[in-house]
Design a protein around this ligand. Sequence first.
Ligand SMILES: [Zn+2]
Length: 268
Amino acid sequence: MGKLDVAAASVAVLAATVGLWVGQSSSLAPAPEPTTPAPAVPSPGPTTSPAALLPLEGESFVLDPGHNAGNAEAVAEVNALVPDGRGGMKACNSTGTSTNDGYPEHAFNWDVADRARAHLEDLGATVRLTRGPDGVGPCVDARGQAGVGATALVSVHANGSESPVAAGFFTIIVATPLNDAQGAPSEDLAAAMRASLEEEGFPPSNMVPGALQQRDDLGTLNFSEVPAVLLELAEFRNPAEAAAVQDPAVRERYAAAIADALVTLYGD
Ligand SMILES: [Zn+2]
């Protein structure tokens, strides 16, 4: 049966189904709209919010809160070597930095990622996190691979520069892409994050030109098969930023900036 014959047969089936146009079923014209008025449906009230209007409906994101609360106690497990994604090996994970008064990076990363998750879910997205609020690991290779099937992977960190004058955020992507997603799509993702963080009032790094670093030694990025960016949101040894990151309202602004960037890039 040729394509047109199939179409004609479909028209015939449809015609028979709706009980109209039976005598004209040999026509190759597109199936006519049924002329029977649609049954009346109650019109939705103004407070009903159709899910179809959510901008990130159908998108999924993996958020990767860097490090973990149990890493410091699990030295052997955390230091065990895993593939780095470029033929070498590196430590499974690390403890992360902390402010001079003891606020740990892993707690900041978790809280910002969890707040961003809430924003993204409100916008219609499906979100997976690579870890819970505490525990050990996961290793960097697993974190990078966790993005498979997602729209994008965002790894949330803060920096621990020894210089107390270092300030501001920066973004990291791979220097030498291992797949298409690690190239331009990751550059776009990093650019959207920088724009959104600046719009939210956070200053770009005064140490990293353009707030963009490109590295080949980060397993999380090397293993990603989807657009991926690692965010260093603040400098934990800078006194002003160390104080700010301990304010839940500031963490909420970081989370909002992350969600805004993803809406700008991937939203309808
Ligand atoms: Zn980190």
